[in-house]
Design a protein around this ligand. Structure first.
Ligand SMILES: [Zn+2]
Ligand SMILES: [Zn+2]
Ligand SMILES: [Zn+2]
Length: 686
């Protein structure tokens, strides 16, 4: 368990190169730098599209503010006057913060407070961009204090801030004389003020809880929700949510409470942290929040949700698993009327491996429908396929179906039906064998979990060496037990592909290798240390990863032999080469404009999501975008290319925006108002 109060978070300036293993320095298996990344180049796009917001490992939207010094732009007298005024008005807020700090210090929360202080000091509002450059206002503006890095731009939310914001707004909310940069600062100021007010409201609700205690002093009185709901004009469950968040903030999450109060965290983000840590005891909850608070303000809600879920698993993997298993008892199918007059149908709390298998089946059939000429985008086709599979119908236009279903296994890539014993079908012990659906669908879609899933998972988890959380792209963070189950299910399918990514201590990818099948003659010629000595039942494969002797290309991490331990499956060889950070030796450069499959893949490993600010679209669906255009002499290489979704690709081309790719893979965006935001390479869980 991490006892560190807050991730040291050196950001893009961190990553001391001393931590990067050299060519002769085989990292030992099980060291925290290792992680297995089985993935497939043709991962199903529709599935990713549907989950673009909630699926990717890493939190690419972290920022670190490089310079906190008040920038030039006002003359000294103006600056002094402004600061003096801020001091006067902010006196009560300072006193208030000091009182809070003192209270927490008394209650033994000093570590968390130190973490919070380090976050609050000198940081800007939610989103907290850094701004490397100064954009002098050039004139006295009523909002000069809100320009990048100015005192009001970094002031915590508090009652006093409101009067400055009022003043900047003018009588008609038109912000006369206010620059774009200042206006953005004002918007962030209002956002912090809003969060601060909400935090104070929750603190007041906390006092109500103390006055309406529950049985034996725990929680709150069962009717308190009615009393609060009636007062606020909300329903009982909304009032209960309010009580629950207020209670969590005052009993379990001192760090979250402090950041909420200073406006760094919105109410929605505080609720995300509270919800994810619900099952933890107070000490564990503090440990979990400490793992995310340093960057929670600048992460999107989806990114924060993934990060805090991951932190919870790190703090107490057993509880995360228990929560999943407990929720599985509430498995159900829901049906509802959509607001439009259509209807919805969804399975909830289902076994993840089977959901992936089912989803792949839907996509495979949707592709068949598309090939047969049914019109519509992938969403529409998948919806049609979903109903076809449930109803046993066939929506292919008449005359388009092949004579013998099964002769075209197109969606899948291989005839999987009736695969040999231990292969194909089921995705886990005790699960039903995948039935071949009756009707026209029969034989067209390969059953079972196809293993076309991009996941990151720690090698120690796979090898049962440690209880570290793994992560499955497509479902967000998963607990170690589930990670093993899913890897096992994927391994059973011969179509699964595997990659190995080496990360540094920050989780950034620094090496990568894609598995290739080992020569068949190798398979039985050598014993596999690490496999269990007795007969290996098909239900319990053992993953092994061993040095294969070959030192590999210079600068790389050697060649490894990977075995799933499944009888009849051949081993894999993985040659791991470096992913350049800093000076690029252009080893992956492509000659022409087109990056080719491998360079594109490596760029996607480095950035698992689009490099647009706050964008979480998976990079597997993004363009490889030249930072300096190819036509202008830019290389087609990792040092001059990164994934951008279509939207952010267009954004980059807007002349009002500027984008630079830095040597370490960071991508820096400068907005029309001059504020800068940096997207760093993906941090894989470590
Ligand atoms: Zn790969
Ligand atoms: Zn290069
Ligand atoms: Zn994007």
């Amino acid at each position: 368990m991490h006892q560190e109060p807050v991730p040291s978070d050196p950001g893009r300036d961190g990553d001391p190169s001393g931590l990067r293993p050299g060519p002769d320095d085989h990292p030992s298996l099980g060291s925290p730098g290792w992680r297995l990344v089985p993935q497939s180049p043709d991962w199903d796009e529709a599935f990713l599209a549907a989950r673009a917001d909630d699926e990717d490992p890493g939190d690419p939207e972290e920022d670190e503010d490089p310079d906190n010094a008040p920038p030039p732009g006002l003359d000294d007298d103006e600056l002094d006057a402004l600061i003096a005024e801020a001091r006067t008005k902010g006196r009560e807020m300072a006193a208030e913060q000091a009182a809070v700090a003192e209270a927490w210090a008394r209650s033994g929360h000093t570590a968390v407070m130190a973490a919070v202080a380090s976050v609050v000091m000198g940081r800007r509002g939610p989103g907290m961009p850094g701004s490397a450059d100064r954009y002098p206002a050039g004139h006295a503006s009523p909002a000069a204090g809100f320009a990048s890095g100015m005192p009001l731009d970094v002031a915590p939310g508090c009652v006093g801030l409101g009067s400055f914001l009022e003043e900047a707004a003018g009588p008609d909310d038109r912000y006369a004389g206010v620059t774009d940069d200042e206006l953005i600062g004002v918007i962030c100021g209002w956002d912090r003020d809003e969060a601060h007010a909400s935090a104070r409201k929750h603190a007041a609700v906390g006092e109500l809880i103390r006055r309406r205690p529950g049985p034996e002093g725990l929680g709150w009185d069962e009717f308190a929700g009615r009393e609060l709901g009636a007062a606020l004009g909300v329903c009982f469950s909304d009032a209960e949510d309010l009580l629950s968040l207020a209670d969590a903030l005052q009993t379990r999450l001192p760090g979250t409470r402090a950041l909420f109060r200073s406006g760094i965290l919105s109410q929605a983000k505080a609720a995300i942290i509270a919800g994810a840590t619900m099952l933890l005891d107070p000490e564990e909850a503090r440990a979990a929040e400490a793992l995310v608070l340093g960057r929670a303000g600048s992460m999107t809600p989806a990114g924060l949700r993934a990060a805090i879920r991951h932190a919870v698993m790190q703090v107490n993997p057993g509880k995360a698993r228990k929560r999943r298993e407990h929720a599985a008892k509430r498995a159900r199918v829901e049906r509802w009327a959509e607001g439009s007059g259509n209807a919805g149908l969804a399975g909830r709390e289902l076994p993840p491996a089977q959901v992936l298998a089912a989803d792949q089946r839907v996509t495979a059939w949707a592709r068949e429908l598309g090939k047969a000429g049914l019109e519509g985008g992938m969403d529409v086709l998948r919806a049609r396929a979903y109903l076809d599979l449930l109803l046993g119908t066939d929506s292919r236009p008449l005359g388009s179906a092949p004579d013998r279903p099964g002769q075209d296994a197109g969606g899948g890539g291989g005839p999987q039906d009736g695969a040999g014993p231990g292969g194909g079908g089921g995705s886990g012990p005790g699960e039903p064998r995948a039935p071949v659906p009756a009707g026209p669908v029969a034989g067209v879609i390969p059953p079972g979990f196809a293993g076309r899933v991009t996941m990151t998972i720690t090698a120690p988890t796979l090898l049962d060496l440690a209880d570290r959380p793994g992560e499955l792209a497509g479902l967000g963070p998963v607990d170690p037990a589930l990670a093993r189950d899913l890897a096992t299910a994927a391994a059973r399918n011969p179509r699964s592909t595997w990659c190995l990514t080496v990360t540094d201590s920050q989780g950034h990818a620094i090496g990568h290798g894609c598995a290739r099948p080992a020569p068949a003659s190798d398979r039985t010629s050598r014993p596999k240390p690490g496999t269990s000595s007795g007969p290996d039942p098909p239900a319990a494969p053992r993953f092994t990863l061993l040095p294969a002797g070959d030192p590999g290309p210079p600068g790389g991490y050697g060649t490894w032999r990977f075995a799933t331990g499944i009888p009849g499956q051949r081993d894999w060889l993985i040659k791991i080469g470096p992913l350049p950070a800093g000076d690029c030796d252009h080893r992956h450069e492509a000659r022409g404009h087109d990056p080719g499959v491998m360079l594109r893949h490596l760029a996607q490993v480095r950035h698992a999501t689009c490099t647009g600010p706050g964008c979480r679209r998976p990079s597997t669906r993004a363009d490889f975008e030249h930072n300096t255009p190819y036509e202008a002499g830019g290389r087609t290489c990792l040092c001059n290319g990164n994934p951008k979704c279509r939207f952010d690709h267009r954004l980059k081309q807007d002349p009002r925006w500027q984008v630079e790719q830095l040597g370490n893979g960071d991508v820096r965006w400068t907005t029309p108002s001059g504020r800068q935001y940096t997207t760093e390479p993906t941090r894989y869980p470590i």
